[in-house]
Design a protein around this ligand. Structure first.
Ligand code: N2P
Length: 347
């Protein structure tokens, strides 16, 4: 008899707790690059799982890293660092290991995008999207046949007509590759040499920014410049005068991956979220919206032909061979930063 009272009491307690909203609502806190996951995808996840997504965005790896460091990896469940930042986050003990056996959709990923040097056994990251920097120009305002190299940006006719990305490693990577050097060099003289290249370019730069990328090409505010492949694809659709090329020296490439911060408080939900994002039809939806390259090989079956055939989304092998991943440069990053700040001040 006593048991029945206890069970009844517990039942009443639990039901009154949920009536007053005391049972914990399941949430996942995602911190991601801006314009990277369609709102529709987030809504579908919430609807299917009942897990509320608390979503905020950043514009650069540097901004994300600074924030994560301040909060000591607490307060976020999923983040999306790029290639070289994975090492940095790990060195600062800001990531936790990921158990890929908990991700039934892991099998959809292309092995060519797994086990990369920045995370050899995918112990900490699951690739989401990848891409590269391309040279984007307006055929109405530029003799496009003449342009084959990053060094063509230095042509005097482009003075005050260039867009340059305010992404330190991307743009330094371009300057280094234009100078025939590795975008991952730790050699001070080589870093300085790229700095001189950038200094020469600065008088030609009309807009130096990270967020405005596609817009300034679409509205023809600039004639030529750097662009992420996804932005280039979208800009070309909006303005057919635009043409993108992979310059002959090759291009810096990056992989943006899901990672779980060390202090994440909703790890089960983080796994559910990542696994949902690895579904082929969801990955395909993200590519259709933002036009980057997907590491999800199954997703290709769900993409319209124009996406699969676009060299901006699915680059040909000879282009891929010339791409260089942006890896950690260790403490040499301080030299890069010093020169970068100087460029900005002098501008
Ligand atoms: C999308 C951001 C692309 C990330 N808006 C480049 N690593």
């Amino acid at each position: 008899m006593r048991h029945i009272y206890i069970i009844l009491y517990l039942f009443l307690m639990i039901s009154s707790l949920s009536t007053y909203g005391f049972t914990k609502e399941r949430t996942v806190i995602v911190y991601n690059w801006s314009e990277y996951i369609p709102a529709q995808v987030l809504r579908q996840f919430q609807k299917e799982t009942g897990i509320r997504v608390i979503y905020s965005t950043y514009e650069s790896n540097e901004a994300m890293f600074a924030k994560l460091k301040i909060v000591k990896g607490v307060g976020y469940d999923v983040i999306v660092p790029s290639t070289y930042f994975v090492a940095l986050l790990r060195e600062n003990n800001l990531l936790q290991k990921i158990d890929t056996t908990k991700l039934s959709n892991f099998k959809n990923l292309n092995p060519a995008l797994l086990n990369l040097p920045f995370d050899p056994n995918n112990e900490y990251t699951i690739p989401y999207m990848w891409g590269s920097d391309v040279l984007l120009m307006n055929s109405k305002l530029v003799d496009t046949k003449k342009i084959t190299s990053w060094n063509d940006l230095l042509l005097p006719e482009f003075k005050r007509h260039i867009f340059l990305s305010d992404d330190l490693r991307d743009t330094f990577g371009i300057a280094l590759m234009a100078s025939g050097l590795s975008p991952n060099t730790r050699n001070l003289q080589e870093i300085e040499k790229a700095g001189t290249w950038l200094q020469q370019l600065m008088p030609s730069v009309y807009i130096f920014d990270i967020t405005a990328q596609k817009q300034v090409f679409i509205t023809e505010e600039v004639r030529i410049g750097t662009a992420w492949n996804g932005d280039a694809f979208i800009a070309i659709q909006e303005n057919p005068n635009l043409v993108a090329i992979y310059p002959q020296e090759g291009v810096p490439m990056w992989v943006d991956s899901f990672a779980i911060p060390i202090g994440a408080q909703n790890t089960d939900e983080a796994y559910e979220f990542i696994n949902f994002m690895l579904r082929p039809e969801i990955a395909a939806q993200c590519v259709q919206e933002y036009s980057y390259s997907t590491p999800n090989q199954k997703a290709l079956e769900y993409l319209p032909q124009e996406f699969v055939e676009s060299p901006l989304i699915n680059p040909p092998l000879d282009v891929i061979k010339k791409m260089k991943t942006l890896d950690s440069v260790g403490s040499a990053i301080r030299e890069y930063e010093r020169i970068w700040e100087r460029l900005k001040v002098e501008r």
